[in-house]
Write a protein that binds this ligand. Sequence first.
Ligand code: BGC
Ligand code: ZN
Length: 371
Amino acid sequence: MKAIAVHPGKPGSIHLEDIERPSIDAIPDGRGVRVQVLRVGVDGTDKEINAGEYGAAPPGDDYLVIGHENFGRVLEVGPNVPDTIRPGGYVVASVRRPDSSIYGQIGLQDFTTEDVYYERGINLLHGYLTEEYVEDSTFVFPLPGTLSKVGVLLEPTTIAEKGINHAFEIQRRLKVWQPRRACILGSGTIGLLMALAARLRGLELTVFSLPQKPYRNAGLLEELGGVYISSSELSLAQVSAARGPFDLIMDATGFSPIVWEAAEVLGKNGVLVLSSITGGDRKAEINSDRINQSFVLGNKVMVGTVNASPADFRSGVDDLIKSEALFPGWLSQLLTTPIHGLENYDEMIRALTEDHDTIKVYVEVAENGTG
Ligand code: BGC
Ligand code: ZN
């Protein structure tokens, strides 16, 4: 069967690979799930993998099948698979797999302490940009039929979910933390999904990002009841004076200097969540004393977040359902750029790297007959 693959470390090596159809018997103890891939979203991680900057092939292979934002339909299940996952149902599989760190043993491989991590479609494990995959049901999450159109957004949603779920988890230490104001930095796919997650938790929403209005994503954020402010109009300090103080700030800009400005304006007892994977070596001058003192006197928290746990996949499904109820059609508007068929991988990469007017580029791997 066809798969979109790269030769990791070799820039621009994206190609079609002919791989073997997987068998459900590859998964032990009858926990196998065989899935027909319907849609796969792509993001900056895939772009970096094709640029040769990131990613590794599974041991013994010289290629890596890419694609981690998956959505598919169950074809076959082993005898030990819970009955929440049955043929015909929609599922999304998670990305990271347990390694020797103890966190994996309790289902929190997103907290591994190992330097080498195993992620399908990214590092050392093949991904989902292919026709079928098999997976252990432990790592497969069922979605209701009502999410057939937008379910491909679940994996990026889980990145936002982990960030906000952990902000609340950390603040249980305060017994009565009642955040009121959230500020999201960045208005790309993750920024939009963070804004949605914050809004669905009842927070006043401000989004601070580079582009100036008129700007489609600003309109989308306003549909959520948020206020969009361009960094070309106001500084973050001015935004905080007008709309803050912020109890929760979440960064998804990819621009690390903004983090120190955010640390400076974060409200008392506030949480600053960082999610940008910044591979460069940018340096910034910061108001070190002021930031340090405000963190001490204000009991503030800065926390990094990567990947997501099963709980974040489950809350992600809940939030996609809630979003469709409260903001019908909003999620579909993020699906700006469909690519038809695995053979159009060139167009996929072009849309990902050159087209700046996209939100989510995704491959329609197969027709969704029943959706
Ligand atoms: C993926 C995450 C992954 C991270 C680091 C992101 O693009 O969505 O699941 O943990 O890259 O590799
Ligand atoms: Zn990703």
